[in-house]
Design a binder for this molecule. Structure first.
Ligand code: WTA
Length: 682
């Protein structure tokens, strides 16, 4: 699509011949050269002919329709994709920066995900092929099974006093009971707050407090790489700091004895003998479906609030069209349900579409690096969706792992969470996709609810490293610091200029922060994503990473401020600064600079202790790659930490001008330490 992106529908892309293969991805590249490399990337990949012939969307008519009337476009889909107990007459109502979609419509998310499939005679269809972490442990759950379990738990939750409008925390591993818990909340009108099972007790407590959760659903223990994760024990510590939680429902998974509190109740006791039907709560389209916390520029995570009608629609439409989901498709989104990717593309999108999915409890490297390919082969997976960081690990481990398995069932591959380097993209295309599967690089965020920038695989020619063009009806733009659109090829802030159905409606309990973080920089009509991007001459979007204080480690968002305020909680730490440095495997890694209190001496042991301290307080994903001690932190004469410099030090870059520093000697010392700690020769 040439010219003004989606605004001018036209023939979709002329396709230049494939250029020569480039050399291998160089791990020593830093972020800057990576981005330059991305923009130099010239190869293009047309939708394979066989795929195009079978694709659900095989021409540009949906782009045209949405460009002509985006509200009408979504309204048409709202009746096609969803079952309403009262059809909406309203579409978008926009009082910037707030919006509603389909406000007078009434529906229930669990009915859309379950009842209507069962009612249509498709109760026997498999909802989840569940694969446990231990090889051989598997379970098949049909739509009818899921509906029954959801109703039983919904009745159980009601019996312990959970009502419409309440909030319920969920802290579990990747079991079928996790979607059951989410949908049971949805059925009775309680908003769920899923907290990733890898988060610490402190992180869980903070999210429970922030959301005012009245109950928590957890499990005795989880499995991770053959070891047990003490979810219930963490939950106990969290609940001690979250007094609003009145009841804790505990699912038995490993069966080991766990500590027991008076407010605890076993899942099996709560649901035993419970009615197998449960009248769904009629929900307004704008009633809350869930909150999901994400990291921002301050230490406090933000609870993005998603509502029922618009979110569900966005989830269903994007899932079906982008991943080209047919009646007989077997879908696997290999994310964790604790992140938004799992919410939208393991639970709400696929279930609304009545799709058969794989749900995997374990780790891609357990017991060996071919686990994913074994699962693809076993269930004949047709579309597979994962993060670039994992693809890079697969590349590193080598082709012999995928080669052990028959991957011929795959028709489509997807990526999400961070930019993918072209070499990993091409490897994915050749080695996993066998050169026949289109790759959809999908850009979106917790706040956006669903995918916003992506190819439609039967229509859009892809370029490795680019998320390509906006989904129909979405209007992103790249602007300079004054909010003016930049020229093609120039970098700037990625913004979105009008609402879409799946967008978050506010930050729970903090609308002021919603407005100031996302809708102030360029006025109330312009959503600021926090990402930098460029558009090439074809209008293709190339994402360049966060431009705020957020670090993206292996596709997971972490706040520098949150890490810093955690470090200063340690008795030895006077001051701390965290920065994200380029990492060839995980996108970015966390490097921390610490000034110790007097009486504490720098040592490798203390550095190690602080790394563990952060991992313990926030979660393992936040464990810094290095904690470095300095005599001071690099500050300007007015005492402001120079973050640019910290990043340069962490990335081993030239330091540039340091004359404005209070004490320029400090940075040389830090740079030496960083180079030594991160294995760089000076
Ligand atoms: C990044 C995950 C490049 C981006 C769904 C965004 C991406 C943040 C892509 C959101 C992509 C996500 N290409 N960058 N395809 N997808 N990102 O909230 O920086 O966990 O702002 O949502 O991930 O992360 P979140």
């Amino acid at each position: 699509m040439r010219g003004r992106g989606h605004a001018e529908p036209g023939p979709l892309l002329s396709v230049p011949a494939q250029s020569e293969q480039k050399g291998p991805f160089m791990p020593e590249q830093n972020a800057e050269t990576l981005i330059e490399g991305l923009l130099l990337e010239q190869r293009t990949f047309e939708p394979p002919e066989k795929f195009r012939r079978q694709a659900l969307i095989s021409d540009d008519s949906v782009y045209r329709e949405a460009a002509a009337d985006f509200e009408g476009f979504w309204a048409r889909l709202a009746t096609e994709f969803l079952t309403w107990s009262r059809e909406p007459t309203k579409r978008l109502e926009w009082t910037p920066p707030h919006c509603t979609w389909f406000e007078d419509g009434v529906l229930n998310a669990s009915v859309n995900c379950l009842d209507r499939h069962v009612d249509a005679g498709r109760g026997d269809r498999v909802a989840y092929h569940w694969e446990g972490e231990a090889p051989g442990e598997a379970r098949t759950v049909t739509y009818a099974d899921l509906l029954r379990e959801v109703c039983k738990l919904a009745n159980g939750l009601k019996s312990i006093g959970i009502e419409k409008g309440d909030r319920v925390g969920i802290y579990m591993g990747m079991l079928c009971e996790l979607p059951v818990a989410m949908l049971a909340c949805a059925r009775i009108g309680a908003a769920h707050i899923v907290v990733f099972g890898g988060f610490s007790a402190e992180s869980l407590a903070e999210r429970l407090r922030d959301s005012g959760a009245k109950a928590l659903i957890t499990q005795d223990e989880g499995w991770r790489k053959g070891a047990k994760v003490p979810l219930k024990a963490n939950a106990d510590r969290a609940c001690a700091q979250a007094p609003g939680v009145e009841r804790v429902v505990v699912l038995r998974r490993t069966g080991d004895p766990v500590p027991w509190e008076e407010h605890d109740i076993w899942w099996h006791d709560l649901t035993e003998g419970a009615e197998e039907t449960c009248e769904p709560e009629p929900m307004g389209a704008e009633d809350a479906l869930f909150l999901l916390h994400t990291s921002g520029s301050t230490a406090k995570p933000k609870g993005a609030l998603h509502t029922t009608g618009g979110y569900l629609l966005h989830a269903a439409v994007t899932h079906k069209w982008i991943f080209d989901i047919h009646e007989d498709s077997v879908w696997w989104c290999a994310a964790d349900i604790g992140w938004v990717t799992g919410h939208t593309y393991i639970v709400y999108g696929p279930l609304t579409n009545g799709t058969t999915s794989v749900l995997f409890e374990g780790d891609p490297a357990y017991p060996d690096w071919d686990r994913h390919w074994q699962i693809v082969e076993r269930y004949r997976v047709s579309s597979y969706y994962t993060a670039p960081t994992l693809i890079r690990s697969f590349v590193k481990m080598g082709e012999e792992y995928p080669k052990r398995h028959d991957l011929s069932s795959l028709r489509l591959l997807g990526t999400v969470g961070e930019p993918i380097n072209p070499e990993a993209w091409v490897w994915y295309w050749q080695v996993i996709g066998g050169g026949r599967c289109p790759i959809v690089d999908t850009w979106w965020q917790t706040e956006t609810g669903g995918i916003l920038i992506t190819p439609l695989p039967g229509v859009v020619t892809t370029k490795p490293g680019s998320a390509t063009i906006p989904f129909p009806g979405i209007e992103p733009e790249i602007v300079d610091e004054h909010g003016n659109p930049v020229d093609r090829g120039a970098g700037g802030f990625l913004v979105v200029k009008r609402p879409w159905p799946g967008m978050f409606r506010t930050l729970f309990g903090d609308d002021e922060r919603y407005v100031s973080t996302y809708f102030t920089q360029f006025g109330p009509e312009v959503y600021v994503t926090g990402d930098g991007a460029k558009q090439d001459e074809d209008g293709y979007f190339w994402l360049m990473g966060r431009i705020d204080d957020v670090i993206n480690v292996a596709g997971h968002r972490l706040s520098t401020t949150e890490i810093e305020s955690t470090l200063v909680e340690h008795p030895a730490v006077a001051e701390a600064a965290a920065t994200g440095a380029y990492d060839p495997q995980r996108g970015q890694r966390i490097v921390c600079f610490v000034l110790l209190k007097s009486g504490f001496g720098a040592s490798d042991e203390l550095s190690q202790e602080l790394r563990e301290f952060v991992a313990d307080k926030i979660g393992k994903i936040a464990r810094p790659a290095a904690v470095l001690f300095g005599e001071d932190l690099p500050k300007t004469r007015s005492g402001k930490i120079m973050r640019r410099l910290l990043k340069n030090i962490a990335e081993g870059d030239d330091l540039g001008d340091t004359t404005t520093l209070r004490d320029p000697v400090i940075v040389d010392d830090l740079k030496r330490k960083a180079d030594a700690a991160l294995g760089r020769s000076a």
